[in-house]
Design a protein around this ligand. Structure first.
Ligand code: ATP
Ligand code: MG
Length: 645
């Protein structure tokens, strides 16, 4: 496949990094990562400068990951204070509520005032350096304020997606031993009210570690309130002193805990530290999105995911950038909502996930065409591989054919991006997550642990450390070592499969555990799904292996059709034929089951382990389903499977 979209010349001309710079700087950055990251660390304001850049060793017997260890700093000083007074009256946040017309602007001056006051409130409620504060808030400015207030006093934030149930919240509070919870009375999503305080009360009931609950007033609904334990945010802020002295933190002191999205099992609470994380998130955000002073940035991720931590909150705040923040969903009141927000705020840089793009694509181009998206300059994708079909739609219909797409590959564990086409430097190839970021050394490793040079396919690993990576799994360092460092000693193993092509581009082929072995041929789920989704009738698909008498494993495809397309036997045959034509007979699905919807977790990722069970006629023990967005989807899939038999 040689579909190549060169960097537009006018884009390259004003980009932070062009092809010549990348070709010169990248090899230097991996030849001497210490020198590279020392230089990058100057981006932050340190209280006490560090003397040693790193002390790292990917040895499962003696794992060491330490960056800038004797330096000290405060994250909120770097994210907020240092943009003042210059930006006091400039918007930090352009917020759009769920209901059209409900909007708010938060300037850097207001942000600073609220952060300082809330930090004092938290201190007053007994929170001190090292304590964990769980944040269960919708996408409202108070989420940013809460995170910044925590880190100002050295408290460790643990943000939990506000779409999670009381039970999921409780398990994350318990795992982290949180002392305080910050939530809101109610949230709004797609015109519906989310009973956050009720969920929070239920979650906190069995959690003795929580001493106080700070409640943001978002709605005017009456909610239960426990005097002595609960505190209204607005009342406490009004009474608090307007200045809070920032706490001096060691670079290796924890900054936050964040749970993975739970696509493959029980979520892991990854611990990120202060100095290294901020250096990596702040400098990579600027480079990857080619942000220039004055640009308006919008990342659609919910504050509960790592994408939001690094590239909606820390990245933009560290750089003093103005961001859009949207509380609602792309489909309400109609599917032009995102595009109207881009038009209204003249967004220049837009970062979203393939799952959302695919669902908007189902609606056709009409909702997009009604809006002026000509301010867009860079588009980003994250969370899963973007299939070429969706990539082309994003590029042509949303980006007007002129915007480079940064397909950013990374994980909660890696803290910041490891692979991406830097937009002014690396030509785009649809479906390819580009090339390594500065200071990053990817390794393609075969099943025996041998490193493959040049083109090839294998396990996605990284050699050498980078400052943004997580230091441990909270409360389970053994699991941290056994998951990421033991499989291939000396390397960090991501759990993903990868293909490196002849031009040095990386393509993520899916989770290694999901690889399907058909008669000894190993097939990645991503390639299969991309082939199926390239059929014009298909909106989305998920492929799993199932036990097959002759082949060992057969290919089982769950297929969602575009709106209004009838599911017929002819269509089944056509889809099978098109996979045969694109990949080969070996890959042609043995079974296609129609699925009006696919089981996804709250981050929008397909839960293949459930689909694998159903395909194998095992309708029980679906494992941890607490992250499922819509449990009804699973019932439907089970019923259809039973009916098809
Ligand atoms: P869990 O680890 O609990 O199963 P998760 O892996 O979905 O959940 P995240 O850390 O949010 O949780 O997601 C990281 C994973 O998402 C990566 O390991 C990879 O599989 C996938 N991913 C993210 N971005 C990309 C991308 N640009 N291209 C391909 N895959 C991606
Ligand atoms: Mg993962």
């Amino acid at each position: 496949m040689s579909e190549l979209y060169p960097v537009p010349a006018d884009f390259a001309a004003r980009a932070h990094v062009d092809a010549a710079a990348y070709d010169r700087l990248y090899p230097a950055s991996v030849a001497d990562p210490q020198a590279y990251w020392r230089e990058q660390a100057a981006f932050l304001d340190w209280m006490r400068p560090f003397t040693q850049v790193s002390d790292t060793r990917f040895d499962p017997e003696d794992l060491r990951i330490r960056w800038f260890a004797d330096g000290t700093l405060n994250a909120s000083v770097n994210c907020v204070d240092r943009h003042l007074p210059a930006k006091a009256d400039i918007p930090a946040i352009l917020w759009e509520g769920d209901r059209p017309g409900d909007s708010r602007t938060v300037t850097w001056g207001e942000l600073s005032d609220k952060v300082n006051r809330l930090a004092n409130v938290l201190s007053g409620l007994g929170i001190a350096k090292g304590d964990v504060v769980t944040i269960y808030l919708p996408v409202i400015p108070e989420a940013f304020i809460a995170m910044m207030a925590c880190v100002r006093i050295g408290a460790v934030h643990s943000v939990v997606f506000s779409g999670f149930s009381a039970e999921s919240l409780a398990s994350r509070i318990e795992d982290a031993g949180a002392k305080l919870l910050i939530t809101a009375d109610e949230g709004y999503r797609g015109g519906r009210t989310v009973p956050l305080k009720r969920n929070a009360d239920e979650a906190v009931a069995g959690q003795p570690s929580i001493r106080h609950v700070v409640v943001v007033r978002r709605s005017d609904g009456a909610v239960p309130f426990t005097p002595g334990r609960d505190v209204w945010y607005h009342e406490a802020l009004a009474a608090a002193a307007p200045w809070c002295e920032p706490v001096e933190m060691g670079a290796e002191d924890p900054l936050f805990i964040l749970y993975t999205s739970g696509s493959t099992g029980k979520p892991k609470g990854l611990v990120h530290t202060t100095g290294g994380y901020l250096v990596h998130a702040g400098t990579s955000w600027r480079t990857i999105f080619d942000w220039h002073e004055g640009d308006i940035f919008w990342c659609t991720a919910d504050v509960g995911w790592v994408t939001a931590h690094s590239y909606k909150i820390y990245g933009p705040l560290l750089n003093g950038a103005t961001s859009v923040m949207f509380e609602g969903v792309p489909s309400w009141p109609d599917s032009s909502r995102w595009w109207s927000i881009i038009e209204r705020h003249r967004v220049n840089i837009f970062y979203t996930a393939p799952t959302a793009l695919r669902s908007l694509m189902r609606e056709g181009d009409g909702p997009v065409r009604r809006h002026d998206l000509s301010t867009l300059r860079v588009l980003g994708s994250v969370g899963e591989p973007i299939n070429p079909e969706a990539w082309r739609w994003y590029h042509t219909v949303i980006g007007g054919g002129r915007c480079p797409i940064v397909d950013t590959y990374w994980q909660t564990e890696t803290g910041a991006v490891l692979l991406t086409p830097i937009p002014g430097a690396v030509a785009n190839k649809p479906g390819r997550a580009g090339k390594p970021y500065f200071g990053i050394t990817p390794r393609v490793v075969d099943a025996q642990g041998g490193v493959i040079d040049g083109p090839g396919e294998g396990n996605m690993c990284f050699e050498g450390s980078w400052p943004g990576q997580a230091r441990t799994i909270l409360g389970d360092h053994d699991r941290f070592i056994s998951t990421y460092f033991a499989p291939f000693p000396g390397l960090f193993f991501t759990g993903d499969g990868v293909l490196r092509d002849e031009d040095g581009y990386y393509c993520i082929t899916g989770r290694v555990d999901d690889v399907i072995n058909v008669s000894g041929h190993r097939l990645g789920t991503v390639e299969l799904e991309s082939a199926i989704s390239s059929h014009p009738a298909v909106a989305e698909s998920a492929v799993v292996g199932y036990p097959h008498e002759v082949k060992g494993q057969g290919v089982f495809a769950y297929v969602t059709l575009k709106d209004g397309i009838p599911a017929t036997e002819d269509l089944r045959r056509e889809i099978k034929d098109s996979v045969r034509a694109r990949i080969g007979a070996i890959a042609s699905p043995d079974i296609i089951q129609w699925a009006p919807a696919l089981p996804k977790n709250r981050a929008g990722k397909i839960l293949r382990r459930i689909l694998t069970k159903v395909a194998a006629d095992d309708f029980q023990n679906f494992g941890d389903t607490s992250t499922l967005a819509d449990p009804g989807v699973v019932d439907d899939i089970v019923q259809r499977r039973k009916a098809d038999k």
